[in-house]
Write a protein that binds this ligand. Structure first.
Ligand SMILES: O=P(O)(O)OC[C@H]1O[C@H](OP(=O)(O)OP(=O)(O)O)[C@H](O)[C@@H]1O
Ligand SMILES: Nc1ncnc2[nH]cnc12
Length: 160
C-alpha cells in the first residue's frame, strides 16, 4: 500500500523509523498474493484481495496510515481508482479529511482536470473534479501499489 505526501515526517515518526520494523508489516506482506504472468506474461501481479478477506490485517493496513497522517493538518485524501478507493475513504474518515476520488476518464460528471500516464501494460488517464482541492490544502495520495510510478506521478500533477 502506498500513500504519498510532500511533508517530512514529524520528529516522533523519525525516531520510530530508527527502531525495529512495525510487526504489522509482515502480516500485511504475507496477505498480499503475488500472481506471476497476470494479466500479461512477465507481470508479477500483487493481489490485495486476500488481505481484504482478513479484517484484522485490513485494519492494520488502514491503521498504519492513520497513525502516520493523523494530526498533520491533512485536508484531503485523494484515492486513485480503483484500489485507492478501498483504502482511501477509511483513512480520510479516521483523520478527519475530505476524500477526493481520482477517476478513470469520462466517469466524473462535472468539469475536470485530466492527466495522462504510461502504465506497465498500457496507457491511461486520471481525472479530478475542478474545485475538489483548494489552494493551501495539504493532501495525501492513496493507492494499493506503485509499479512504474506513472499513476502516482499523474495523481500528484493533478493535485498540484
Ligand atoms: O505505478 P504504475 O505503473 O502506474 O502502476 C500502479 C497502478 O496500477 C494499478 O492500477 P491499474 O492501472 O491496474 O487500474 P485498476 O486499479 O483500475 O485495476 C495500481 O492499482 C496502481 O494504480
Ligand atoms: N505488478 C502489479 N500488480 C498489481 N497491480 C499492478 N498494476 C500495475 N502493475 C501491477
Amino acid at each position: 500500500m502506498v500513500a504519498v505526501d510532500e511533508a517530512p515526517p514529524p520528529a516522533a515518526a523519525k525516531e520510530k523509523d530508527r527502531g525495529a520494523a512495525d510487526p504489522r508489516l509482515q502480516g500485511i506482506s504475507d496477505a498480499i498474493r503475488v500472481v506471476p504472468h497476470f494479466p500479461k506474461p512477465g507481470i508479477m501481479f500483487n493481489d490485495i484481495t486476500p488481505l481484504l478477506l482478513r479484517p484484522a490485517v485490513f485494519k492494520d493496513a488502514v491503521d498504519m496510515f492513520v497513525e502516520r497522517y493523523r494530526g498533520m493538518g491533512i485536508a484531503a485524501v485523494a484515492g486513485i481508482e480503483a484500489r485507492g478507493f478501498i483504502f482511501g475513504p477509511a483513512i480520510a474518515l479516521a483523520i478527519g479529511a475530505k476524500f477526493i476520488p481520482l477517476r478513470k476518464p469520462k466517469k466524473l460528471p462535472g468539469d475536470v482536470f485530466s492527466e495522462s500516464y504510461v502504465l506497465e501494460y498500457g496507457t491511461d488517464c486520471l481525472e479530478m473534479h475542478v474545485g475538489a482541492i483548494e489552494p493551501g490544502d495539504r493532501a495525501v495520495v492513496v493507492d494499493d501499489l506503485v509499479a512504474t510510478g506513472g499513476t502516482l506521478s499523474a495523481a500528484i500533477r493533478l493535485l498540484g
